[in-house]
Design a protein around this ligand. Sequence first.
Ligand SMILES: Cc1cc2nc3c(=O)[nH]c(=O)nc-3n(C[C@H](O)[C@H](O)[C@H](O)COP(=O)(O)OP(=O)(O)OC[C@H]3O[C@@H](n4cnc5c(N)ncnc54)[C@H](O)[C@@H]3O)c2cc1C
Length: 405
Amino acid sequence: MMASKSPLKIGIVGAGIAGLSAAIALKRAGHAVEVYDDWGFDLKTVGGVEAFQIRHLDGATAQTTWHDSLKDLPQRYGASLRFLRHGDLHTGLLKHLEATEGHPVKLNLETNIADLDCEKGIVRTSDGVEVEKDTIVLANGLGCRFLKHITGDDHPLLDTELSFFRYVTSAQEFYDDPNIRPLFENQDDEICFFHNFAAGTSIVTYRCEGGRARAINVFARRPPSNGAKADRSARASRSDLLDMARDFHPSIKAILQKAPEEGIFSYPLLVRDPLTRYVNGKVVVIGDAAHVMRPQQGQGASIAIESTGCLEVLFQEIGKEDVQSRLKLFEKLRLGRCGPVHVFSNMPMGPDGYSWMLKKIKPFWDGFKPLPPPGSRPVSKPFRDFIYSYNVQEESRKALAEAQR
Ligand SMILES: Cc1cc2nc3c(=O)[nH]c(=O)nc-3n(C[C@H](O)[C@H](O)[C@H](O)COP(=O)(O)OP(=O)(O)OC[C@H]3O[C@@H](n4cnc5c(N)ncnc54)[C@H](O)[C@@H]3O)c2cc1C
């Protein structure tokens, strides 16, 4: 616990990855945190599996088209790349929050926030209860209805007309299948993509749950039968997946034969254009609420967690009178990080993708700083250099010291 001034009263709307990470960060900074959400969690262990390479294979031939080693990540950036299930990270954060030293965090997990007042720092629950806070962290995900309160504008969700279809299967069962085994035999743990760019279908797979399980993500145009565009309860069937991958090599189709027959989770891929403000009055927006992006750089949750590292540093040794200036500093620092990552993630894969990126990145990028060259694949070294080599705590401390000089 760091703060020597009296603790601030902080409200966090949303107990997803961003909200729980913010709760940990602000508890560590010494504040009295209260979290609001309207659902609960299962407790499991976190079983991240380190990836040592990234591999792209052509969907039709199952031949490798691109390969990049990730073995130098710890030495180059100070950490490895680990794959884990969203739910496992979530429950791991919840455990970490409980174990973190500081003022006990109050979790209200059956409370929907219906409105807020940015100037006064008030959240109003759907039962009509108003609570006043010194700071409110808005971390309520892509469905956030309060962005107009922050920026004054509507920020509609844009439908990519693509969906992610996800399931997890036994890793062992996978290797025991003679049709599938050759695809992964003698390979280091990896993130592996099978692409059919022309059809807009990709299959992404990695091990998780400590290596016991394998996650399969099929990224494809949404079949018309698959629910309304923002319908998060939509499910797909094995035959839907096999249809999406009809032009894929038999060994890759064998992967999809292992999918459950029905009930495969289907996530419509919805995005927003980057915001140019994250703060209004006592409210700061983080996570998917601030920057819901395509998953191609694997950064939605990561950049949200990074933002909470910034909050932790800027909210140390802070009194109520400092909140506005610290939030403004947060906004300045995070627009320069979340903005570019958002644009890099949403960059279309086709021939117009690079010019699209050059246009969209302007508000967030110093024109003299080199950009990843045209043709750089997502997660390739030019992107890794920008995304992974940033030390959020160091940069936030430096900026705070400069602002206080
Ligand atoms: C297919 C796919 C693959 C992905 N892969 C990666 C990856 O490899 N790496 C990565 O870093 N990220 C990845 N992401 C992104 C990542 O999952 C999200 O960025 C992250 O989960 C967002 O967390 P969040 O806490 O901001 O939002 P959410 O997880 O959406 O949490 C928001 C919370 O707010 C609550 N809430 C909403 N409204 C209210 C309200 N009015 N009152 C109270 N509570 C409310 C909700 O119940 C929810 O619990 C991927 C996403 C997808 C879809």
